[in-house]
Design a protein around this ligand. Structure first.
Ligand code: ADP
Length: 480
């Protein structure tokens, strides 16, 4: 079994979201299970620094993909964990600093269709009969819109080719471009149909992937069901329903080494399920660090999140009076939309000692909140998978979550956390009240903590589901 994992992000070198973590974590676990996985990723400056040119031999020059795709090459490297990397070296498209998608002004690069068209084209080439390298994958595993056109190229190319799988990490990002892009990236006009890559007058990279791939996965079973509904399908529900037989959900794992309360290098007091007393010391330290009153008799609510509409944090802000009256303390770490940043800054100023906020990105503080808070809040409007609720389960910090996507698949109401349905402040408050009541009952609380801490949240289980899917794809005839 030879798998090409094609991605536009890989942690720790280039990461804007969950995809970067998955690209770093899943391939080594698959390799440990005996599967020959290689990762195709652009040779961004951060990767160029980590794997310098003179140590990464060119394994192929890529010349014949059309005028816009001239002058690139594939280089081979090996990640520190042993995963082989195929680095797509294109000076004009990928030797740019910072975020992989946005220029210095914060706007999408105007040539993103060429940049990720090339990445998709090269992924497809690797899986095609034109690839005469010693290594040829049987499955090209694409991720999100940035590699979404690889299945289209594969299907539209002559000759036998690898199976294509696409994983959707977030349906909200679709890679939409004007009609001109079709010709520039070398796809035939025949693909410009509703049953192809066209989406309401645009070229959609993601739709191309969803239409042409042999199988589709997304990052939780509940999200797989939700995206087939008109409410949450972001305009693609019809296509996803039509492909329901090829669509499944596989929940992401977490990094159980970096996120281990017993060995976490960001904590002063390690603990596990049998030594929960040390968790209280992390709470006191967090209260001190954040300028909160050091009190053991109040539940401390924690939030670590991008501050965006998706995450439902406006619902928490709406409840400031009720949270203060519970009574409970609140600590928020996040950055994102200006308005929400301002809201949480103001809340902290208005209620010193009871509410605290840090606006910014701080990995260490994220770990200390997971460990030091009593209850974790994640009222997301939608959540393809979500990592923070899994970290909080593992840290004995039962989460209060909305029943959506991966939150619904990992948090069980009254067993390891608290779940509410409606995306309203009232529904959140009702769940929060139940959580606080449970917190005041130590026996109940220990049971909730223990359930989360004892759960297997690592990558072994998800990786075996991907392996089974690869196996199924390889062993069945082409076409769908
Ligand atoms: P999403 O990928 O939608 O942002 P997830 O819960 O899946 O949400 O993952 C978010 C990741 O980013 C987690 O690892 C979380 O700890 C981290 N994170 C988010 N905001 C911050 C922040 N302000 N500081 C530190 N870590 C953050």
């Amino acid at each position: 079994m030879k798998i090409l994992f094609a991605t536009s992000e890989i942690a720790p070198w280039m990461k804007t979201g969950g995809l970067g973590d998955v690209a770093a974590a899943l391939p080594p676990v698959l390799r440990a299970a005996g599967i020959d996985v290689r990762v195709l990723v652009p040779y961004y400056p951060a990767l160029r620094r980590a794997f310098p040119e003179d140590e990464t031999p060119v394994v192929a020059s890529l010349g014949n993909f059309g005028a816009h795709f001239a002058g690139s090459a594939l280089r081979a490297a090996v990640a520190p964990d042993g995963t082989p990397l195929l680095l797509l070296d294109s000076l004009i498209y990928f030797d740019r600093p910072g975020n992989p998608y946005l220029g210095p002004e914060g706007h999408d690069w105007l040539d993103n269709h060429l940049r990720f068209g090339l990445l998709s084209r090269v992924a497809a080439w690797l899986g095609s009969a034109d690839n005469h390298l010693p290594w040829q994958p049987n499955v090209v595993h694409c991720n999100d819109w940035q590699t979404g056109l690889a299945p289209a190229y594969l299907k539209l190319l002559p000759g036998s080719h690898a199976r294509a799988l696409i994983t959707v990490h977030n349906l909200a990002f679709q890679g939409l471009f004007g009609h001109h892009a079709l010709r520039e990236i070398g796809l035939p006009e025949s693909a410009w149909t509703m049953h192809g890559v066209e989406f309401h007058g645009h070229l959609s990279f993601l739709k191309g992937g969803l239409h042409y791939a042999d199988a589709i996965t997304t990052v939780s079973p509940t999200y797989a069901a939700e995206i087939q509904t008109d409410e949450e399908g972001m305009g693609l529900a019809g296509l996803l329903r039509a492909r329901a037989a090829q669509l499944s959900g596989i929940i992401n794992g977490i990094d159980t080494v970096a996120w281990d309360p017993a060995r976490d290098r960001h904590l002063s007091f390690g603990y596990d399920v049998r030594h929960l007393d040390a968790k209280r010391r992390n709470k006191a330290q967090l209260q001190e660090e954040m300028g909160l009153a050091v009190r053991d008799d109040l539940p401390l609510l924690g939030v670590v999140s991008r501050l965006t509409h998706q995450k439902g944090l406006d619902l928490i802000a709406e409840l400031q009076q009720q949270i203060a009256d519970l009574p409970a303390q609140l600590v928020v770490l996040g950055s994102g939309e200006r308005g929400l940043e301002e809201t949480f800054r103001e809340l902290a100023v208005a209620r010193p000692g009871q509410f605290a906020a840090f606006v910014g990105f701080d990995e260490g503080l994220a770990h200390r909140i997971e460990a030091g808070a009593d209850i974790f809040l994640m009222p997301s409007r939608f959540e393809p998978c979500g990592l923070n609720q899994m970290y909080s389960l593992r840290y004995g910090t039962p989460p209060v979550v909305r029943a959506t996507g991966g939150l619904a698949d990992t948090v069980i109401d009254g067993v390891n956390g608290f779940v509410f349905r409606e995306p309203t402040a009232a529904a959140l408050l009702a769940a929060l009240r139940r959580a606080v009541a449970a917190w005041h009952d130590p026996k109940t609380w220990r049971r909730l903590q223990a359930d989360g801490m004892n759960r297997d949240l690592g990558w072994t289980n998800p990786a075996s589901q991907y392996a089974a899917l690869y196996d199924k794809l390889i062993s069945r005839p082409a076409g769908h």
